[in-house]
Design a protein around this ligand. Structure first.
Ligand code: NAG
Ligand code: NAG
Ligand code: NAG
Ligand code: NAG
Ligand code: NAG
Ligand code: NAG
Ligand code: NAG
Ligand code: NAG
Ligand code: NAG
Length: 419
């Protein structure tokens, strides 16, 4: 999740609501202990914190009918919640990358669940780029980019000729392609499934607020922010993941550049959140062991706050003081759009979703862990020759990195540079 300080009191109130689980001896529940076969949900909703989770309760799917304690979940959210049939379940990760990775890893490894056919709907709020979308919009990502996996300078220490204090690992300038790869920089999910999810969610009447309408209008003063000034919609665009809750025009532009470079120009920096690549990494590792299918992941983010101010509003006002009015609509729209995706998958289960929607694009991480070759990343034009030797040593044993180094060597050769 990501939301500005002006609505923090709402979180505190909401967070207090979860304390009811603490006094409850969940381990003693007989339905948990006596279950013979694992639960095989058709859809798993992934929420990150209490307001994102609670918006599903008391509505069409009775997610609190079954509570299953899973070791390794967040101390704040120790149970997976499911409908009585087990068709729809919800897991709450806790906020930011460490919580998301730990929770989803524990969940996908749990013997209480069989997730081999499950669809995963990441359903959370996010910051939003006014060049692409606006408060209350519902976005479905193809790429998740862990943008802050970089060196960082304080702005006062940034060299005069740098446009940002972030420099990718293993290189010497902000717009170089990283040469040291951790593997979680970029994830690509099933675009065909993403488009089906968009079609399910399209046509809903999205929630909105007077404060959002007023704040959006300010963005019309800058032509680049035309999308920010329009009303909320359902659209496809990509999510940046960062534990650091960055804000402001310069960092937003820098991470838009990062997204562009790391996806070879095909990713659209649109929303910003703190969990998705961690969640995707855990689902992908499970997919490698046939515990999940990575082609069944949907990343939906609804926009709660702008990543940068409109003309006439300061950067700090935008982050900390202005009431942008987007938090409530973003939470509501998780359900309004998300329930259509859940309905669509359940209604079309026998005809379509049981067997799955075959991806037409590459899916997986930057290493090609699930097979295939990433259609983003390591474009030779970004591979600078200077650090090649170090890269080879560091990445020896990794076939993909060796290939990347080969590509760099060829590029260097083509330019007549040896060594
Ligand atoms: C499941 O847990 C929620 C609280 O997290 C509680 O309100 C609900 O009653 C529980 N359901 C059952 C069947 O115990
Ligand atoms: C999980 O479900 C799949 C597909 O429905 C089935 O083939 C597999 O045997 C199940 N695994 C376990 C451990 O129940
Ligand atoms: C992180 O998520 C983005 C967007 O969903 C994706 O493009 C990127 O490939 C992901 N990175 C990893 C390492 O999975
Ligand atoms: C910035 O200037 C330094 C010298 O002060 C130079 O070494 C470096 O290559 C320049 N970097 C860029 C990105 O222009
Ligand atoms: C948005 O949701 C809130 C909370 O449920 C509701 O009070 C309000 O009327 C809704 N507004 C619109 C425009 O749907
Ligand atoms: C983003 O990239 C563009 C084009 O290379 C460049 O002009 C701009 O200064 C970069 N912005 C930041 C903040 O690095
Ligand atoms: C996963 O399933 C594939 C295809 O059925 C099979 O080739 C592979 O050996 C399985 N991997 C594991 C770790 O079970
Ligand atoms: C899907 O198939 C199952 C088992 O064959 C059946 O019980 C169910 O009614 C079917 N659902 C729909 C919506 O046709
Ligand atoms: C990067 O994009 C360019 C232009 O679209 C394309 O020619 C190239 O093959 C892409 N690189 C990779 C690694 O896919």
């Amino acid at each position: 999740m990501r939301v500005s300080c002006a609505v923090n009191f709402l979180f505190l109130a909401a967070t207090n609501l979860v304390s009811f689980t603490w006094g409850n001896p969940v381990e003693a529940r007989s339905d948990v202990l006596k279950r013979a076969a694992p639960i095989s949900p058709k859809v798993v909703i992934i929420s990150m914190f209490a307001p994102e989770a609670e918006v599903w309760y008391g509505k069409k799917y009775h997610l609190l009918a079954l509570n299953i304690t899973v070791p390794g979940l967040s101390p704040l959210f120790p149970e997976v919640h499911c409908t009585a049939s087990g068709n729809v379940c919800q897991v709450i990760t806790g906020e930011s990358e460490i919580n998301a990775a730990s929770t989803i890893t524990a969940f996908v490894q749990s013997p209480e669940f069989n997730l081999t056919k499950s669809y995963f709907l990441v359903a959370g709020i996010a910051g939003v780029n006014p060049e692409v979308a606006t408060l209350g919009s519902v976005t479905f990502a193809k790429y998740a980019v862990q943008v802050a996996l970089q060196y960082e300078f304080d702005m006062r220490d940034v060299p005069d000729n740098f446009t940002t204090g972030y420099i990718p690992f293993g290189v010497t300038a902000p717009d170089d392609y990283p040469q040291t790869i951790y593997g979680t920089e970029v994830f690509e999910v099933n675009e065909a499934l993403r488009d089906v999810a968009i079609s399910f969610a399209s046509g809903v009447k999205l929630n909105d607020s007077q404060a959002s309408i007023a704040y959006r209008a300010k963005y019309s003063a800058a032509s680049a922010y035309a999308a920010g000034a329009e009303g909320p919609s359902v659209l496809g665009c990509d999510v940046a993941t960062s534990d650091v809750y960055f804000s402001g025009t310069r960092l937003s532009e820098a991470f838009a550049n990062t997204t562009n470079i790391w996806t070879n120009g095909s990713g659209i920096y649109c929303t910003t959140a703190q969990e998705d690549n961690a969640t995707l990494e855990a689902i992908m590792r499970a997919a490698q062991k046939n515990l999940t299918e990575f082609s069944r992941v949907i990343v939906m983010r609804t926009a709660s706050d702008f990543d940068r101010p409109p003309p006439g509003v300061s950067e700090i006002q935008n982050l900390l003081y202005v009431n942008q009015g987007g938090f409530g609509p973003a939470i509501q729209n998780i359900y309004i759009a998300g329930v259509k995706v859940v309905d669509g998958i359940l209604d079309g289960w026998n005809s379509t979703f049981s067997k799955g929607i075959a991806p037409k694009n590459y899916i997986g991480d930057i290493f090609g862990t699930l097979g295939g070759t990433p259609d983003f990343g390591l474009p030779s034009e970004y591979i600078k020759i200077g650090k090649r030797g170090g890269l080879e040593v560091e990445m020896q044993g990794n076939l993909r990195m060796r290939r990347a180094a080969e590509g760099a060597r060829r590029a260097a050769g083509a330019r007549g540079i040896s060594g």
